[in-house]
Design a protein around this ligand. Structure first.
Ligand code: FE2
Length: 278
């Protein structure tokens, strides 16, 4: 699937864009399944907001339990002063996570598309295991910024670590909040780590290195629907707010090698679902 040049580019730059790897029907199937989950979501029962502005202090029990279920999280800008929604539910969701691959047939089918396993084996995985899936809406007008971070701060595994696969369900541009990457900076040391204290069921984002990110060399990764971005778990990445009138839906998968140590302090644990091998 990947040629030598692409594998080399992934190793050198820490990320790789794969254009038009998923067909319109495959993309549409995931998009419809996500909208159906939102349709069934009772926003009066769960008011859990997802934001990266608070150093992850808002991670509650509803968030922790999403490791093995399918939960919807709201955009901060979708709540009025009384905590009610200020817009239709379908335009208020920040993301869905984190076990759709196990629990929603359309997502299971998408994750099992052979191209995904092939690409992961091409970059060195022997038996890739899918730990987490997210469907991110980046809603028009209110889709919040995701600050610069490295995914290994949240999902820590032993060599070869975690790889993220970010799939554009809709066109991603600078205007609607595409990903930004820092080519070659995946060799940067880990700046932060989010660790759970399971006795209290609380987590804390710990600063390991407070050097500010130097973002002059950051580049926007504008991709069309059906394209994917593969990236290393130490790659600093970011996405801006979405002030535009167009949403920017994306589906993400995070994989690690089967049998590689998974940190017991990671917030995401799957004691009952078991391994989802690709
Ligand atoms: Fe990330």
């Amino acid at each position: 699937m990947l040629n030598k040049e692409q594998i080399g580019q992934f190793q050198t730059e820490g990320f790789l864009v794969l254009e038009n790897v998923f067909s319109p029907p495959d993309i549409e199937s995931v998009r419809r399944a996500a909208l159906s989950i939102v349709n069934d979501f009772d926003a009066t029962r769960h008011r859990s907001v997802f934001t990266t502005k608070d150093r992850d202090e808002g991670r509650d029990e509803y968030f922790l339990q999403s490791a093995e279920s399918v939960h919807c999280f709201l955009e901060e800008g979708a709540l009025d002063e009384n905590g009610g929604l200020n817009r239709p539910k379908a335009l208020a969701i920040n993301k869905i996570g984190h076990a759709m691959h196990d629990l929603v047939p359309e997502f299971t089918a998408f994750c099992r598309l052979p191209v995904i396993g092939h690409v992961l084996r091409d970059i060195g995985y022997h038996k890739p295991v899918l730990w987490q899936t997210m469907y991110i809406f980046k809603q028009p007008g209110i889709g919040g910024e995701v600050r610069w971070h490295q995914d290994a701060s949240y999902l820590h595994s032993a060599n070869p670590g975690v790889t993220g696969i970010w799939v554009a369900i809709e066109n991603a541009t600078r205007e609607n909040g595409c990903l930004w990457m820092q080519p070659g900076q995946h060799h940067s040391p880990l700046r932060e780590i989010y660790e759970m204290d399971w006795s209290q069921r609380t987590g804390e984002l710990i600063t390991l290195d407070d050097t500010p990110w130097s973002t002059e060399d950051a580049i926007p990764v504008e991709v069309a629907a059906g394209s994917a971005v593969l990236f290393h778990d130490h790659m600093p990445h970011y996405s801006s707010q979405n002030p535009s009138s167009r949403s920017r839906h994306a589906f993400t998968m995070h994989v690690a090698e089967s049998g590689a140590a998974w940190s017991p302090k990671n917030w995401l644990q799957r004691p009952t679902l078991g391994a989802f091998e690709l």
